[in-house]
Design a protein around this ligand. Structure first.
Ligand SMILES: Cc1ncc(COP(=O)(O)O)c(C=O)c1O
Length: 397
């Protein structure tokens, strides 16, 4: 065995694997209704593309400071002051190769063997793997559909041991779309303070919100909570920039210095051209974000209506992001599709749905939620309509 133990036990990203399966079918010439990937289907806004072209023309095509160029760090601080009234200094920012890389930096810099990280389930696919890669132990705390898939302060506190170091919180959540009220966040923050824990608050979907209550960053909550909060975000989702690979952390200075050091050895800097594009995204006109959000809102309403019309299926309102996450276990043990396939878990359900109806969803098993599936509505309306029709006929609904 040539692989290291860490890589040997690493599970491949299930969302990427599901998308690859759908793509393999497409390559055979099959029309696939693909709802697997978590990325906006819009093009990056034109003024952002233009900033990248200008950066190249100006010769910004070399290595940069490992944690990002000062202008981008300042633009990030300005954006948080504008949007959240949060005062951060550039020395508290590390810009990375996407928010996934930022989470890796946080977990690896803060945690190691013997440390426990609390991960509420359903969770984003990479959380568990990134914690394990750091040699730490993920402690998965299940949340229920009845609670809107939100971690309660009681369940959070029950999961804490003397080894607990960090809570990985994600609101709006991938895969459930769950958002937390300010009161619910404050209750979690109090527990974190009481037990001297860090909270990594993944806020990458903060701009894609469909609730009346405005977004509140975790770092704005109780006095002092910012000292133990690491905000994760990036340009991928809000500005349709998944391919540019720019994410960031906002964190206490000591931790920021540690993450910068780690990143300097692992990857050097994030892409220089993308950094200039990110400045344009954050500092330029923001109406493109609202235009995309409104289109997502329209698709969300449509998709929720279609999924809730399926007999035996209901789900809490996803307050943000671009996913619906629902329980398909009422259909286990029943003949499905044109071949009458019988399944007993969500992974087999997704395989049968893809093979029979050419509709691609992601199994909830990947998110620590057996029996559930995730449908991404970050795709055109006509694909959504046809995909929902095909899902309904697969279920004989
Ligand atoms: C909750 C969550 N955090 C982080 C990321 C990573 O985003 P990026 O593309 O910036 O690495 C994703 C992407 O799907 C996500 O859903």
């Amino acid at each position: 065995m040539i692989l290291s133990p860490a890589v040997r036990s690493l599970k491949p990203s299930a969302t990427i694997a599901a998308a690859a399966k759908a793509k393999a079918l497409k390559n055979q010439g099959v029309k696939v209704y693909d709802f697997t990937l978590g990325e906006p289907d819009f093009n990056t806004p034109e003024h952002v593309q233009e900033a990248a072209r200008a950066a190249m023309a100006a010769g910004h095509t070399h290595y940069t400071a490992s944690g990002g160029i000062p202008e981008l760090k300042q633009a990030i601080c300005n954006a948080y002051e504008r949007d959240h009234k949060l005062k951060y200094e550039p020395s508290q920012v590390v810009v990375s190769n996407g928010a996934k890389h930022s989470i890796h930096n946080v977990v690896t810099t803060l945690c190691g063997p013997g440390d426990e990280v609390i991960v509420p389930a359903p969770y984003w696919v990479s959380y568990e793997a990134l914690v394990e890669l750091a040699g730490a132990t993920p402690v998965v705390v299940k949340t229920t559909e009845a609670s809107g898939f939100r971690l309660s302060a009681e369940d959070f506190e029950k999961a804490i041991t003397p080894r607990t170091k960090l809570l990985l919180l994600n609101s709006p959540c991938n895969p459930t779309g769950a958002t937390y009220s300010v009161a619910a966040l404050e209750a979690l923050a109090k527990v974190a303070v009481k037990h001297d824990l860090f909270v990594c608050s993944d806020e990458i979907y903060e701009k894609l919100l469909y609730t009346d209550e405005p977004f509140r960053s975790f770092a704005t909550l109780l006095g002092g909570i910012a000292d133990r909060t690491i905000i994760i975000s990036g340009v991928s989702k809000a500005y349709a920039m998944t391919g540019w690979r720019i994410g960031w952390t906002l964190a206490p200075k000591e931790l920021t210095a540690g993450m910068d050091n780690l990143q300097s050895q692992e990857t050097s800097n994030p892409c220089s051209i993308s950094q200039y594009a990110a400045i344009a995204a954050l500092s330029g006109p923001q109406d493109c974000v609202e235009t995309m959000r409104q289109e997502f809102a329209r698709r969300r309403t449509y998709t929720l209506g279609r999924i809730r019309a399926l007999p035996g299926i209901d789900l809490p309102d996803p307050g943000g992001a671009f996913y619906v996450f629902f329980n398909v276990s009422p259909y286990f043990g029943k003949p499905l599709g044109t071949k009458g396939t019988v399944v007993s878990n969500a992974t087999d359900f997704c395989t049968a749905l893809l093979e029979d109806a050419h509709v691609a969803l992601v199994t909830g098993d990947a998110f620590g939620a057996p029996g559930f599936v995730r449908l991404s509505f970050a795709t055109g309306m006509s694909v959504l309509e046809a995909g929902c029709d095909r899902l309904a006929s697969f279920l004989h609904a």
